[in-house]
Design a protein around this ligand. Sequence first.
Ligand SMILES: [Zn+2]
Length: 103
Amino acid sequence: MCKWGCENSCTTYGQHLRNKGLNYSGCFPTRSRGSGRGDATKQKKWDAECDSYRAAVKEGIEPDGTTKAKVEFARAMSDHAGVPYGTPQFKEKVIHKTLERHT
Ligand SMILES: [Zn+2]
């Protein structure tokens, strides 16, 4: 088990994300393709999403995807639980909270 909690022996967080099959590489596109009309807005929105995704990952959060909705959800959950979303600690905490609520 790697230190981020998956079954592989990841040496870097980026490698871990790739091993987990997260679409992290989707945030590093080739900028050369398709710079036609209409793409600028799309590209900007997409850049913003990737920026917030990368910022979240830097903080140790593991969003379920790179979209704004998923990053915001992961952030909200992290704030709520007090531990980064998607980590083993988060899962543990959520399980404990759920148990507390039922006792
Ligand atoms: Zn790993």
